[in-house]
Write a protein that binds this ligand. Structure first.
Ligand code: ATP
Ligand code: FE2
Length: 335
């Protein structure tokens, strides 16, 4: 029977377990998402949620057709970056499984996992990645054995900005999908003029800032501009900044493929903007299915597989989590 790698994701609100066959066949994840009753994510509460959910997820995955514990060849987990208490739960589950099954443990970089699942699913080879999630906003490209960060947010992640704007207006987490729905509703009524709802445009060289746009958008609603119109303008401005930096990264590196990843990459407007930019310059834009844009265990399994097949594993004594792990800390030995 062919082997597989198990992956455990627990960087923030999502605990997720997924697997991938040794030939790269992806198996969907089973996930439990912590939804705070009010306010943002409290790391301790999210960690409690993850420890309460872990055994249920493991039972569900083991009951799946075709799954056998003796097929597991390695156990991968998110070693960082992320919220310390949440990372610790996933790492503990992974260590126990690795010892119990007597298979290698592979600590992986969560940001790099977003890239590798995208490459697996879309078939793109050497992309610039626009990684847009709750906690992270980065433009990344591979050079000399690492995924290098060419530009990133100077303050908060784009998803956190959208979630905070939503929360201020009574929309529960995750706010991004509802902002997209309201922006679409605004367009249905006929496109407004951007000049009527101008917001700060936070591109600084290859970096981006989002806190100014957030403050200004909240003020526009206070000034009486309808929420759906501000949602539309917020998307137009925030996504344009990301796509502008991504375009410059394509121009500087000479690469032709753009890969979107992270939860905000589920957004249809961002996808269309990215696609237009790429087609205009003779390149192509790609994104994985929504289930593989948001945090998921399968992407951790996929990066674990890549590393395992290069002979890379993590000794238990080296498996401490690293909440501030950087994308370019991880050397990339695989093709
Ligand atoms: P990371 O640990 O990589 O920072 P994360 O913990 O933020 O990831 P993800 O699942 O990658 O988790 O992303 C969640 C974010 O994606 C939330 O901020 C949510 O609002 C946003 N999001 C989800 N769907 C959409 C959408 N359709 N449009 C815009 N944003 C979206
Ligand atoms: Fe993520």
């Amino acid at each position: 029977m062919s082997g597989l790698v198990l992956g455990i994701e627990s960087t923030a609100h999502t605990l997720s377990i997924g697997s991938v066959g040794m030939d790269g066949t992806l198996h969907p994840s089973i996930s439990a998402v912590f939804l705070p009753e009010e306010g943002g994510i409290h790391p301790r509460e999210a960690a409690d949620h993850h420890s309460d959910s872990a055994s249920t997820l493991l039972t569900k995955i083991s009951e799946r057709g075709g799954f056998e514990w003796n097929r597991v060849e390695a156990v991968a987990f998110s070693q960082g970056p992320g919220l310390g208490p949440c990372l610790r739960i996933g790492a503990s589950v992974a260590r126990s499984l690795s010892v119990r099954l007597d298979v290698p443990l592979v600590g992986v970089n969560h940001c790099v996992a977003h890239i590798e699942i995208g490459r697996n699913q879309t078939g793109c080879i050497d992309p610039v990645l626009l990684y847009v999630s709750g906690g992270n906003t980065q433009v990344i490209a591979r050079a000399e054995g690492r995924y290098r960060v060419l530009g990133e947010t100077l303050d908060i992640g784009i998803g956190n900005m959208l979630d905070k704007f939503a929360r201020t207006h009574g929309i529960p987490f995750p706010g991004g999908p509802e902002i997209e729905r309201l922006a679409d509703a605004c367009l249905q009524e006929g496109p407004p003029s951007l000049d009527d709802v101008l917001l700060p445009y936070g591109v600084h060289g290859m970096d981006i800032a989002f806190s100014g746009i957030l403050t200004s958008a909240v003020q526009k609603v206070r000034d009486g501009i309808p929420l759906r119109v501000v949602c539309w303008s917020l998307q137009e401005h925030a996504f344009a900044t990301c796509v502008e930096v991504a375009e410059r990264a394509l121009a500087h590196t000479g690469k032709t493929e753009l890969l979107l990843g992270g939860g905000v990459a589920c957004n249809g407007r961002l996808r269309r903007m990215a696609q237009k930019m790429c087609i205009d310059r003779g390149g192509s834009a790609h994104w994985p299915d929504n289930a593989y844009c948001v945090d998921n265990g399968t992407m951790i399994a996929e990066l674990g597989r890549r590393m395992h097949q290069c002979g890379i594993s993590t000794r238990v004594e080296d498996s401490a989590i690293n909440p501030s792990l950087r994308t370019d800390n991880t050397s990339v030995a695989w093709a």
